[in-house]
Design a protein around this ligand. Structure first.
Ligand SMILES: [Ca+2]
Length: 339
């Protein structure tokens, strides 16, 4: 081993190599705002054997257009009512799904306590009996569930103490949003990320359709089952990150070259804020570089983050570099440092 004293700085050079698949599809898959108040913007399919109807109606919704959607079951025994965008192009595994949900009282004519919310990764091959749900539960708490073979499995519940503003009040509107990337699910309520997000689960990894879901048990016929608005399904692309160094160790004071790569494998536009973070052995994290990029389709491009000179002392020591995105993708490389 040479004993040449190297520069007392650690220079990190970041390179983003952006490679994209050739297909060109819009990032936003579906948007429903209530049409003209009589018809809906999108074709929807109902998935229950029950008689259910989806209609656009005049409503005082947050969207400000005076229109929302009403999903109702014409039945006296209760049951599941799900409606999904009836378009194969709506299908995706990784995406952002969001809608405004109208919280209704549990009394007539609005009906008994009900679950209301959004579904995604709903599988057409099983008549949509497999899906993820992010919904208000009967008691007004929020719950994220895997619905498998028609049976629900709670993955995380947020009660009044964890919901921003506490339990939702009758006739209030709230936005539910889920960002699904592989086995990682970020859950947001009125734009605020909930505790424990992202929730990890690998039960349903295939692509599927998305839409609205309601359920109630009651024998009372409910005039209003679900009121929704501003549904959005967005394909976030399939971005794979990797990070590496040509060295398996860095000598104290040496210059190290860390290369971070992002690959959009889906062909959809994918916008991310990327960060390179150094994590020392004690778990202290330092953001070394951050940049927001859109990985577009149809071309192969390479971009570089600015070279960063890292002060000696702050980053000399064994640890790991983590390359991550704001949507949860990440990759790590461990670096040994010799004295
Ligand atoms: Ca609307």
């Amino acid at each position: 081993m040479r004993n040449t004293r190297r520069l007392a700085t650690l220079t990190t050079i970041l390179a983003l190599a952006l490679m994209l698949a050739p297909a060109a599809l819009a990032t936003e898959l579906s948007r429903e705002t209530g049409g003209n108040g009589v018809v809906t913007d999108l074709p929807w399919t109902t998935t229950s054997f029950l008689t259910q109807t989806l209609s656009a109606q005049a409503r005082n919704a947050p969207s400000g257009d005076g229109r929302a959607l009403r999903l109702a079951i014409d039945l006296s025994v209760g049951g599941v009512s799900t409606t999904l965008v009836d378009d194969p192009l709506n299908e995706t595994a990784d995406g952002r799904f969001a809608a405004d949900i109208h919280v209704l009282p549990a009394t007539a004519p609005f009906g008994p306590p009900a679950r209301r919310g959004i579904v995604f990764r709903a599988n057409p091959a099983t008549m949509f009996g497999d899906a993820y749900q992010f919904v208000f539960d009967f008691d007004g708490t929020l719950v994220f569930r895997a619905f498998v073979g028609g049976a629900g499995m709670t993955l995380r519940r947020w009660d009044a103490t964890e919901m921003p503003g506490g339990l939702a009040q009758p006739f209030s509107w709230h936005r539910l949003e889920a960002i699904a990337l592989g086995d990682s699910f970020r859950l947001l309520y009125d734009g605020r990320e909930l505790p424990s997000s992202p929730v990890l689960d690998s039960t349903l990894m295939s692509s599927g359709r998305s839409g609205f879901y309601t359920f109630h048990f009651s024998a009372d016929s409910a005039a209003e089952i679900g009121i929704f608005d501003d549904f959005v399904a967005e394909d976030l692309g399939n971005v794979i990150l990797s990070v590496g160094t040509p060295l398996d160790y860095v000598r104290r004071g040496d210059a190290a070259q860390i290369a971070a790569f992002a690959f959009n494998a889906s062909g959809e536009d994918a916008t991310r804020t990327f960060r390179l973070v150094f994590v020392d052995r004690g778990g202290i994290e330092t953001v070394i570089a951050e940049r927001t990029l859109t990985l577009r389709d149809g071309q192969r491009v390479a971009k570089e983050l600015p070279s960063v000179r890292v002060p000696v002392g702050a980053h000399v020591g064994p640890g790991r570099f983590r390359f991550e995105s704001d949507l949860g993708e990440s990759a790590e490389v461990f670096v040994e440092v010799t004295p």
